[in-house]
Design a protein around this ligand. Structure first.
Ligand code: PLP
Length: 482
């Protein structure tokens, strides 16, 4: 290490020590750069480097024109609260804005905090590669397209039924339809349970793809208040469905996107019962159900369904690889209509992929992979929470996800996350602005961060840059108000 590097490290250590022992307390202003430079007989740039070092460690924060202050560190940000939502259903119009945001966020060199995608390093690509070659070699008939190549693979369906035993299943093999993705499954369920112009109850905030599906089918969204810990409010659902004007309820009860919450079993039971009584079809997206952080696999609403009214959709996009393009729906009493629509829209699902997945599930490889993956996602989410706590303004609120790998961040009231998104892109950082999770334009001061990547120094730096932009914007607001 050079002499200069040693000096700034030493100064950073000394100041860090004063913070650790409480001599310098959260909110205290550090001596100015000039004063530190004179007192320590160090160059101004060495002092600045030391302070930047402390900033990177989340110990101090720079406030424009005011100097460096000790951060309120270690205090986790508090969680957002459920917000009240409009009383009536609204038409949805998010697709164009969303397309622009996601496209811009995928540019090379932009830190991947937008789309909820797992890092390739977390995926069992080598195992899948071996399975694909093996299946293609052992089953040339699948490649030749003989008749059974066009059916749902019985071995895969058997595995899906077997897996459902972990959450109070079993599913009925006869109600399962294999699809090209969870998205396809959700679209099919909406088609068979609604008519254009109908109202669909959704979580608030809701995963934007669900809003897009409603938009494409000419359906209206009724946003139901959703608690960041316990999910969709059953009381609000009860009130909203009394008039009999809601055709379906579309939700992610396990590790929701974007809140990461898991609905308690009692809520799931009540929702299943109420919905059946009121003729509201339940379409649940269980994509993150296998990616829980707790001790046990959470049960889906389907486990509490007594009438065949619940359609359970899922896929392996977040747990194996998004490239697999395979999902399924256990469609209850809607099974035959779902199967018909599936055949008409895309024919059978790729038979080779069905066999690969069936073999992977049967071998136990998937369960072993999941154990590692869940730990990785949990650590990544925790690291992202810590980074946001370090770098974002102290009044930021953020979720405490119980599974999955996205984080929902509520910024100070005056921050416009959509405007921030354009500035952040210019700095090489992407995220999804909160308003895209609402049909009625709520959540302008919120954003969603993808935690699907290992928390490298590059990711930490992207969060730091984002936090800096937010704090600079805040300071400008303060100046204008003064
Ligand atoms: C809740 C939820 N459902 C569905 C999807 C899409 O899944 P698939 O790739 O299987 O269509 C996503 C992807 O982010 C998601 O978060």
């Amino acid at each position: 290490m050079s002499k200069e590097a040693l000096r700034y490290e030493q100064l950073a250590e000394e100041l860090g020590g004063l913070i650790a022992t409480g001599t310098l307390r959260p909110g205290d202003r550090l001596p100015s750069v000039r004063r530190l430079s004179e007192e320590q007989r160090l160059s101004v740039s060495t002092v600045v480097q030391a302070l930047r070092r402390l900033e990177d460690r989340g110990l101090v924060e720079a406030r424009p024109q005011s100097g460096f202050f000790v951060r309120h560190r270690g205090l986790p940000c508090s969680e957002p609260c459920a917000r009240s939502t409009p009383d009536s259903a609204v038409a949805v119009d998010v697709t164009q804005r969303l397309g622009r945001v996601l496209q811009a966020s995928m540019q090379p060199g932009v830190a991947p905090l937008a789309a909820a995608l797992p890092a390739p390093s977390l995926l069992p690509i080598a195992a899948l590669h071996r399975l694909y070659s093996g299946v293609a070699r052992r089953h040339p008939d699948l490649l030749a397209g003989s008749s059974h190549a066009f059916m749902d693979a019985p071995a895969l369906v058997r595995q899906l039924v077997r897996r459902s035993l972990a959450w109070g299943g079993p599913l009925d093999a006869a109600e399962i339809v294999i699809t090209n993705s969870c998205t396809e499954a959700l679209g099919l369920c909406l088609r068979v349970s609604t008519q254009p112009g109908d109202t669909v109850a959704v979580e608030s905030p809701a995963y934007y793809l669900m809003l897009q599906l409603l938009e494409s089918l000419g359906l209206k969204a009724l946003e139901i208040p959703t608690d960041p810990r316990t999910g969709l409010s059953i009381e609000a659902f009860d009130l909203a469905t009394r008039q009999g004007k809601v055709a379906a309820c579309l939700l992610v009860p396990n590790a929701s996107n974007p809140l990461g919450c898991i609905m308690p079993d009692e809520h799931k039971r009540r929702l299943a019962r109420l919905a059946a009584e009121r003729g509201v079809a339940v379409i649940e997206d269980d994509l993150y159900g296998d990616l829980f952080f707790g001790a046990q696999r959470p049960w889906p609403i389907k486990a509490f369904d007594q009438t065949g009214n619940v359609m359970l959709c899922s896929s392996f996009s977040k747990s194996l690889t998004p490239a697999l393009r395979i999902g399924f729906v256990a469609a209850g009493r809607y099974r035959s209509q779902v199967a018909l629509h599936k055949t008409l829209s895309s024919g059978a699902t790729n038979p080779i992929t069905q066999h690969v997945l069936g073999e992977y599930l049967e071998s136990g490889g998937y369960d072993r992979h999941l154990r590692t993956l869940r730990r990785a996602y949990e650590q990544q989410v925790e690291a992202m929470r810590a980074a946001v706590t370090r770098h974002f303004p102290a009044s930021t609120r953020l979720t405490q996800p119980q599974g999955g790998f996205v984080l929902w961040v509520e910024l100070p009231e005056e921050v416009d996350a959509t405007a921030l998104h354009a500035q952040a892109l210019a700095e090489g950082v992407a995220f999804v602005p909160g308003e895209l999770f609402s049909a009625s334009g709520m959540y302008r001061n919120c954003l969603r961060l993808n935690c699907g990547n290992p928390h490298t120094p590059e990711i930490e730096d992207a969060v730091r840059r984002l936090g800096k932009l937010i704090r600079e914007g805040d300071a400008r607001e303060d100046e204008q108000a003064a």
